[in-house]
Design a protein around this ligand. Structure first.
Ligand SMILES: [Zn+2]
Length: 485
């Protein structure tokens, strides 16, 4: 069986076409061309902007002209990941999609159902002569996956509707009504190099084996932070006159750090004491984390003497600041049980060649002012320690509104046609919706989509029955949009 033979024919037909169009993030030209050609073929008004976003407008079906206008939104790019043995050029080659039981998969690459299926559903609505709907603006944003530059670049007035349905979530039976905004706060310390005193020995302490994880979605799991653990171990031997040569922990700004390493020197006569103290504290930390982080490893081994150590003042300020810097959940959402509202991640610590130490952190919150407050707290910690603090541009969140009109309509439609009550959720990570809200603060938004597993990896697969339910729901929602008052 071919994809385009699945029901509903139109949506799957478009999905199959889209899988053949190369569309890596930041290289969506072919996809944009395809969308504009589609609009021309169906005699629909279309526009593209400088950021690579495309809008296609379709008038209401006959008799429904008074319905409120709705934005159907998806993103035109896809994540390009492949297995190492797969030969595939994402800028030229079509995705090799196939049906396996109740799943659509791709041979050796990402499938691009994220967000190809959302785009296909919007195109099927635009092409349909039978679906009942009010005025539609189908918005296809560019580069969602590597910086949301399309959503960032969206201009006022590009779309005019006051309702937006985002077709880019991945869980059947769930409706999303909120996301977190984020911002990066970076602190830089300057150090001077000092000579190593005689009768010193050098060691490396390594904290490894932690799970790591997404700094938004997984911040409430109580996972270990390698930078925090390493800092505790070092402060615990502060009275033994150790001197830091290097501290290297974490990598990605949006990941909870899994590993951290410190290289230092210590007077020979203190080595035995140091070993005892590190072993004792290691046992306590492992016991604290025994359930969440059973693979945590703390090791200390001898190293070659380094070329320098850093000045004592900076060493002290760095470690005190890392110790004081918050990490984890600050506040849970009062409206949505189990949802994190505000959090911060102490992501990475790196020594650079120019005698600098750069500490990267990131803050998230569904509430813009709370995000800033968290960022200022982190800033205060590092400024007290004499570091220079700077910040990224950040992106805004989408605060859940449990009384939203489109939520109520979608919830009722779900119960009517799918015969069960959907879960209503928000996520503690970024979505394009937060950026839309910044440009169009009056928007009433919801996000739903079919089940996609393994997104962003060559295991990506799309569930066929869930996709059929997704389509049924979308059609029912469009039919039930209220009239403009
Ligand atoms: Zn997506």
């Amino acid at each position: 069986m071919r994809l385009s033979e699945l029901e509903p024919l139109e949506m799957w037909g478009y999905f199959e076409e889209i899988t053949k169009i190369p569309r890596p993030s930041k290289h969506e030209e072919l996809m944009i061309r395809y969308l504009l050609d589609f609009a021309a073929k169906h005699k629909l008004e279309a526009e593209r902007d400088k950021a690579g976003n495309v809008v296609i407008r379709k008038p209401a079906s006959k008799g429904l002209e008074k319905m409120k206008s709705v934005i159907l939104q998806g993103h035109s790019d896809m994540v390009c990941e492949k297995n190492s043995d797969k030969i595939h050029d994402f800028e030229k080659d079509p995705i090799d999609a196939y049906i396996d039981g109740e799943w659509i998969k791709a041979r050796g690459t990402t499938l691009g159902a994220d967000d190809g299926i959302g785009v296909a559903a919007a195109l099927a609505v635009l092409a349909s002569k039978t679906i009942a709907h009010g005025p539609i603006e189908a918005l296809f944003t560019s580069d969602e996956e590597t910086g949301m530059t399309g959503a960032f670049g969206l201009k006022e007035g590009f779309v005019k509707s006051k309702i937006l349905i985002n077709l880019d979530s991945e869980d059947d039976g769930e409706l999303f009504i909120g996301c977190a905004g984020g911002i990066d706060t970076q602190a830089t310390f300057k150090f001077s190099k000092r000579k190593i005193s005689r009768h010193s020995k050098a060691f490396i302490v390594a904290v490894t084996g932690l799970k790591g994880g997404h700094s938004g979605d997984e911040i409430d799991k109580g996972l270990g932070n390698s930078n925090k653990i390493l800092t505790r171990l070092l402060l615990n031997i502060n009275d033994l006159k150790f001197r830091l040569n290097d501290f290297n922990g974490g990598n990605l700004r949006n990941a909870i750090p899994r590993e951290a390493f410190a290289k230092f020197t210590i007077p020979s006569e203190n080595v035995e004491k140091m070993n005892t103290k590190i072993a004792e504290l290691s046992q306590l930390i492992k016991a604290e984390l025994s359930v969440k982080e059973p693979e945590l490893k703390i090791e200390i081994h001898a190293a070659d003497l380094p070329e320098f150590i850093i000045d004592r003042r900076t060493q002290n300020r760095l470690l005190q600041a890392l110790n004081a810097c918050p990490h984890g959940v600050l506040q849970m959402s009062p409206d949505m049980p189990g949802l994190v509202e505000t959090s911060t991640n102490l992501a990475s610590v790196k020594f650079t060649e120019k005698n600098k130490i750069v500490v990267a952190t990131s803050q998230r919150s569904a509430i813009e002012s709370a995000k800033w407050s968290m960022a200022y707290t982190v800033q205060s910690v590092f400024e007290l320690a004499g570091a220079k603090v700077k910040r990224g541009e950040g992106y805004p969140g989408w605060k859940p509104n449990v009384n939203s009109e489109i939520l109520n309509i979608t919830n009722q439609a779900h119960i009517r046609v799918l015969e069960f009550e959907p879960k209503i959720r928000a996520i503690h990570a970024g979505l394009e919706c937060g950026l839309f809200l910044e440009k169009y603060p009056y928007l009433d938004m919801i996000s739903f989509g079919p089940t996609i597993k393994g997104a962003h990896s060559p295991d990506e697969r799309l569930n066929i029955p869930a996709t059929q339910r997704f389509w049924t729901l979308l059609v029912e929602v469009l039919k039930n949009i209220p009239e403009e008052k």
